[in-house]
Design a protein around this ligand. Structure first.
Ligand SMILES: *Cc1c(COP(=O)(O)O)cnc(C)c1O
Length: 402
């Protein structure tokens, strides 16, 4: 008998759960896009976005998804034949590099595998070897959503400085912003990208490029930048429509206003980050217990390199990841994420991989509910697993409430 009726939980790593208040904020007539309330609303978003990014730099807002942001950053910084260094720990920095190659850049990919973080020492050595300073930018994902690894961006900046290399540091925080601690200015990040649909609890469709003066200097040195992607009018607009290079994304902006009010002004960023940290430890505690008895394995063994936004797991038997996902959706009303980037397309091994999204508008009962449902799925499908997973997860939540 299916027990999936009731409120469902889309526990994939983006788009994330939309708060009812964010949905309700969109239930209103179209506003004037030339003057009035919308203009003030957009002004109010900028300091809140920068507060979440921990930067005093600028932010340009685009009507686009994450892939659009990759083009947006490159269009402002890269000319054909520029050389870029991509640090690969999964799928997403490589995707950014592919976008750069499509613009005619020369892209070197440094591969750190799928089970751990990038190694700053290897990056430092590569930058030292680039004595002519041909590498213009280093591209990395803070959290790679495919592997659920979190890279140490502060250590990466130290490595770049130790090598005395002037390349810009470009960081993809699409999965991590608002979930994993990130300090754009303190960590010396030149460009950071984030999208609306993950930690920021807003429907997909808004993209944010944060940049500092060093990056802007590179932009100002380019001969031509495609009009739509140019970040200059979007941050130095004389007229309101220039902020969006056309009609403003009105209802997305209402949604984002509500989400940022919840995140920045009500809960507070510090608490939201601590909440994500605890809920992530809840997931790990359960998964470590399952794994100890031959159950699904955490993709990232080192705790310090695991994201607080998403957790990637691998089942021992090839078919079991897909069986579990199907069971969860059909029997329990929880949709888990598919495996991404772990094996080549078409490889049956794909069915071993699944991911749990725990980003944004999630709380203890949602995460404990996913874990308890997974426990039921393991039992129902006769998949081997260790005992004590739910006790271990509950202990993490109980400890946090003290
Ligand atoms: C989701 C994600 C993207 C891609 O975003 P789209 O909106 O699907 O284009 C890029 N980078 C990271 C790290 C992501 O998590």
């Amino acid at each position: 008998m299916s027990l999936s009726q009731g409120r469902s939980y889309l526990a994939i790593p983006g788009p994330s759960v939309l708060p009812d208040r964010v949905l309700q904020a969109m239930q209103r007539p179209a506003p004037n896009i030339y003057t009035g309330e919308l203009v003030g609303l957009v002004d109010s978003l900028l300091p809140d976005l920068k507060a979440v990014a921990r930067t005093e730099g600028k932010v340009a807002i685009y009507i686009c998804n994450g892939h659009g942001l990759w083009d947006a950053t490159l269009a402002n910084l890269v000319t054909p034949c520029d050389r870029l260094l991509v640090l690969s720990t999964g799928r997403f920095a490589v995707g950014w590099g592919d976008a750069a190659r499509a613009m005619g850049a020369e892209v070197d990919v440094m591969d750190f595998g799928l089970r751990g973080a990038m190694d700053p020492e290897r990056v430092e050595a590569a930058l030292r070897a680039d004595t002519g300073h041909r590498i213009k930018s280093v591209l990395v994902a803070h959290v790679d959503t495919a592997t659920s690894v979190r890279n140490d961006i502060a250590a990466l900046r130290r490595a770049m400085d130790a090598a005395g290399h002037p390349a810009l540091l470009l960081v993809d925080c699409i999965a991590s912003l608002g979930c994993d601690p990130f300090e754009m200015d303190a960590w010396g990040v030149d460009v950071m990208i984030a999208a609306s649909q993950k930690g920021l609890m807003t429907p997909p469709g808004l993209g944010f490029v944060f940049f500092n003066d060093r990056a802007d200097l590179v932009r100002k040195g380019l001969d031509r930048v495609p009009r739509y992607w140019d970040w200059t009018p979007r941050t130095e607009a004389a007229l309101f429509y220039q902020l969006f290079c056309g009609t403003a994304p009105t209802h997305h902006l209402f949604a984002l206003r509500e989400a940022l009010t919840m995140l920045v002004h009500e809960e507070g960023l510090t608490h939201a980050l601590a909440r994500h940290a605890t809920l992530a430890r809840c997931v790990w505690a359960a998964a470590e217990a399952w794994q100890a008895g031959g159950g699904p394995m955490l993709n990232i063994a080192e705790r310090g390199a695991r994201s607080h936004a998403v957790t990637a797991l691998t089942t021992v038997a090839v078919a079991d990841g897909t069986r579990l996902r199907d069971w969860m959706e059909q029997q329990a009303g929880v949709t888990l994420g598919i495996g991404l980037g772990m094996v080549a397309p078409g490889n049956p091994e794909w069915h071993r991989y699944f991911r749990i999204g725990h980003m944004g508008h999630v709380n203890a009962h949602m995460v404990l509910g996913v874990l308890a449902s997974l426990q039921a799925g393991l039992v129902a499908l006769d998949i081997p697993h260790g005992t004590g997973a739910l006790d271990a997860a509950a202990r993490v939540c109980a400890g946090a409430s003290g």
